[in-house]
Design a protein around this ligand. Structure first.
Ligand code: IMP
Length: 429
């Protein structure tokens, strides 16, 4: 059986939640492999709306849900999210939920550091979600993180705390902030430890068993390729690798497990936080896209920046992430426009580019080259087959597919699970 890896092919917020939920209902296991509770997934199932930040989307349907080692885990955010979902009737137990015991923890000092840095950066701020994601990953690669498995050994944490606090105290002193309150930190960890430990295990082993049994695994990416720490709009990126390859390293399965790579692509472009955005529209059209698309962040509530579809960026994301097929979302937001535009290249210093350059200044200075198409009358909202779509909307989708050099596997036409046109089933591929 094929596995499926879902990733965002833009700057996140492409509408992954719905697609992942739809796929999760047909998967045997769902795995988060990077990021943390900076992600925001909204699932609409019937009358119920679920907002997830950290838990894999499979949790809502009772599918085995796993947080892999590539994730950075805030134990207090985990508890709050589980309790909120349980309040909505979702059943979460040790049968259907597991956390990698080698996951690094996000501690309160990480969120604090995010905020101190952003406050000090002024106009140069990254626009982080303030969840401590970056500082937690820094401690992971700096070999001073406290990990889930450490929660079972809190009485022997002194040497690790020495390393961690030596680093953080120096940084905090630089910001004029008090040293880490070690006693408070240990007390908080002792209190939360039993809650986290009940789910902790070497998940690579569980996944190996699941895979051997021929089960279908869905790898659920967070954020988007353009926020990838290597391939994204550095330094305006998140601190993890958001590309499909991370599904393997972030879960403990080899690269052959990743299967069909489904890139989620919004029919226009949005971005939250700072950084370059060539097709951004700071006018009434951008405003209209934002209003029609309800473009406010799930996690922070921030207004998203909006612009036309950028085929150059998505083509690049699809190549970098080895995307097999895309799921195109929110085409209905473009309903009613007289004309729509697609960016097909950039102009930079008198040259035409067919790719997004690496340097931040070049990224900020490229000028989009647009192709203009007629809009369509009527609506695409709720369409479940090509026959339900206006002819001009089909032309738009076909042009997108051609320009990004990647086939469309699904078209999503509303937040509802059933409002989907299935062209190619990722699980059957
Ligand atoms: P961080 O991941 O909180 O450090 O934020 C770094 C950048 O990634 C900021 O521009 C955030 O707005 C952006 N970001 C992080 N998570 C998401 C997400 O789930 N969707 C969209 N943008 C995100």
């Amino acid at each position: 059986m094929a596995n499926v890896t879902v990733i965002g092919a833009q700057w996140g917020d492409e509408g992954k939640g719905k697609i992942v939920d739809w796929l999760a209902s047909r998967a045997d296991a769902v795995v988060r492999f990077q990021g943390g509770h900076n992600a925001g997934h909204t699932l609409v199932v019937g009358e119920q709306v679920y907002k997830l930040s950290l838990l894999p989307s499979g949790i809502v349907t009772g599918t085995l849900s796993i947080i892999g080692n590539g994730v950075v885990l805030d134990p207090w955010a985990l508890k709050a999210e589980i309790e909120k979902l349980e309040g909505q009737g979702v059943v979460i137990n040790t049968e259907n939920f597991a956390i990698a015991d080698n996951c690094p923890l996000i501690l309160p000092i990480h969120g604090e550091l995010d905020m101190m840095r952003e406050a000090a950066a002024g106009a140069g701020k990254i626009g982080t979600t303030g969840r401590g994601i970056g500082p937690a990953y820094e401690d992971k690669v700096g070999r001073r993180a406290i990990r889930v498995c450490d929660l079972a050994h809190l009485d022997h944490l002194e040497p690790q705390l020495d390393r961690l606090c030596a680093h953080h105290d120096a940084l905090r002193a630089g910001f004029g902030e008090p040293m880490v309150d070690r006693a408070k930190l240990i007390a908080a960890l002792k209190e939360i430890a039993p809650f986290v430990l009940q789910y902790a295990q070497p998940v690579w082993k569980r996944l190996k068993k699941v895979r051997k049994a021929g089960a279908r695994i869905l790898f659920e990416g967070a954020q988007g390729v353009l926020l990838d720490v290597d391939h994204g709009t550095y330094p305006f990126v998140t601190s993890s690798n958001t590309v499909s390859g991370t599904a393997a390293s972030g879960s403990g399965l080899g690269p052959s497990a990743t299967g069909f790579v489904l890139g989620i692509v919004k029919a226009y472009t949005t971005r939250v936080g700072s950084g370059p955005f060539p097709t951004e529209l700071e006018d009434a059209t951008g405003q209209r896209l934002g209003e029609r698309g309800h473009e406010f962040g799930t996690v922070t509530g921030r207004k998203r920046r909006c612009g036309w579809f950028d085929a150059v960026l998505v083509r690049q994301s699809c190549a970098i992430s080895g995307v097999t097929g895309i799921a195109l979302t929110k085409v209905d937001v473009l309903d009613g426009f007289d004309t729509v535009k697609i960016c097909t290249g950039y102009r930079l210093n008198g040259k035409v580019l067919d790719y997004f350059p690496s340097h931040a200044a070049d990224q900020a200075n490229v000028e989009p080259i647009y192709e203009e198409m007629d809009g369509w009358p009527g609506t695409t909202a709720g369409a479940r087959s090509w026959a339900d779509l206006p002819a001009q909307a089909i032309k738009y989708i076909q042009r997108v597919q051609e320009l990004i050099e990647t086939p469309v596997a699904l078209v999503s036409t509303s937040p509802e699970r059933e409002d989907t046109i299935l062209v190619r089933d990722p699980f059957q591929d």
